[in-house]
Design a protein around this ligand. Structure first.
Ligand code: SF4
Ligand code: SF4
Length: 370
């Protein structure tokens, strides 16, 4: 069985625009078939770390918000906070970052809610049916409470997962801090003794008495630590961090399981923009030259098929001179652009595992929309 994936390229005539093309694309793909009447509709996206300019603009969201309101729905824009130190590590700084990058109720046409609360621990546990690596996915409560989930995904390479698209936006992006710990790491957080100032805030934040202050420096008792990640956001000096030590293929399998949990029991619709395909995630506060030309916009109700369509069509694109990829391979295009840019990654595991757990292997039928 293959799923339909709708596609439009990035060419525009004078009396047209990419926003009008996006509107036509999502309507052709059936977004208005969703029963949105008086329903909370989450639009899940990545606001981009401040300094990065490759993330998707709020203008794309506005097109979706207008359609959701036209159908009687109540849209809101959302993302969950990060595990690593940056400008999106708690609910307040995350909102600041979103505003700095142009996301607000006027530009996006709806309010912005951080999905997992002030400290990244407002979550709901959702069982993963058929899960191999994860029993219950820890999902930001605001997203878990939505009636419908629409993902707006920026497709790019990724230093851990190989590529980042719909499954990553769903699986990793909707996870609470504890969920992200489970996805990213096989270990527990660590305190950098050179940065720790012994203020004790992490000790107070830990519900499991797993942190002791030894000679003015915090130390994590690994046997007691449950990996909730609360101490990471509690530390005002960014002294606590997690080792991102899980293998790429395993992270991808867990992401697929989390994505399945996010969509369980409610409708989903997915849009991916393949433009500014940078070597790394939008979590970076910088963005390098894109490795391939801007390709187009995709829409589908199948989160696996839309990722597969993006991957396969991206692989067919020429390499942009001056990019990291061109620096590696020159004018000889590699068979696999993703593992060439980020060699320790294995993107195929997304699709192998989605087939294994009953989400399909992403086979698709491409429908072109003008
Ligand atoms: S991760 Fe959670 S349980 Fe472990 S030390 Fe930090 S706050 Fe305590
Ligand atoms: S909150 Fe940070 S600085 Fe304060 S004791 Fe804990 S690790 Fe050290």
């Amino acid at each position: 069985m293959s799923s339909k994936v709708y596609f439009t390229d990035m060419r525009t005539e004078e009396d047209d625009s990419l926003l009008k093309k996006l509107d036509r694309l999502v309507r052709a793909a059936g977004i208005t078939d969703l029963d949105m009447d008086r329903k909370f509709v989450a639009v899940k996206m990545h606001f981009g770390e401040y300094g990065n300019l490759a993330f998707l603009r709020a203008n794309y969201v506005r097109v979706l918000s207008d359609i959701i309101r036209e159908k009687g729905g109540i849209p809101f824009l959302t993302d969950c906070s990060t595990l690593y130190v940056g400008m999106r590590k708690n609910g307040i700084e995350h909102l600041d970052n979103a505003e700095l990058n142009g996301f607000n109720s006027v530009t996006a046409g709806c309010h912005v809610f951080i999905g997992d609360g002030l400290r990244g621990d407002d979550e709901v546990e959702i069982p993963v049916e058929g899960g191999v690596y994860v029993e219950t996915a820890k999902i930001g409560r605001t997203i878990a409470d939505a009636d419908i989930v629409i993902t707006l995904n920026h497709f790019k390479c990724h230093e851990i997962t190989g590529f980042g698209g719909c499954l990553k936006n769903l699986g990793m992006g909707c996870a609470s801090r504890r969920g992200k710990m489970e996805l990213h790491a096989s270990g527990k957080p660590e305190v950098d003794p050179d940065v720790c100032r012994g203020c004790g805030k992490c000790v107070k934040a830990c519900a499991h008495e797993a942190i002791i202050l030894d000679d003015g420096t915090a130390e994590i008792v690994r046997e007691r630590c449950t990996g909730c990640g609360r101490c990471i956001s509690a530390c005002p000096f960014d002294a606590v961090s997690i080792a991102f030590d899980e293998e790429s293929a395993i992270v991808n399998c867990k992401i697929v399981e989390y994505a399945k949990a996010v969509l369980a029991g409610r409708p989903g619709f997915h849009i991916t923009v393949v433009a500014d395909v940078t070597p790394y995630c939008d979590c970076h506060s910088e963005n390098d030259v894109p490795i391939i030309p801007n390709l187009g916009m995709f829409a589908s109700t199948d989160p696996v098929a839309i990722d597969r369509a993006c991957v396969e069509m991206a692989q067919e694109q020429p390499v942009i001179p001056g990019s990291k990829l061109h620096g590696i391979c020159g004018d000889v295009k590699p068979a696999d652009i993703f593992s060439t840019v980020n060699p320790r990654t294995r993107w195929e595991s997304h699709f192998e595992h989605s087939a294994r757990i009953g989400m399909g292997d992403g086979r698709f039928e491409l429908v072109r929309v003008g």
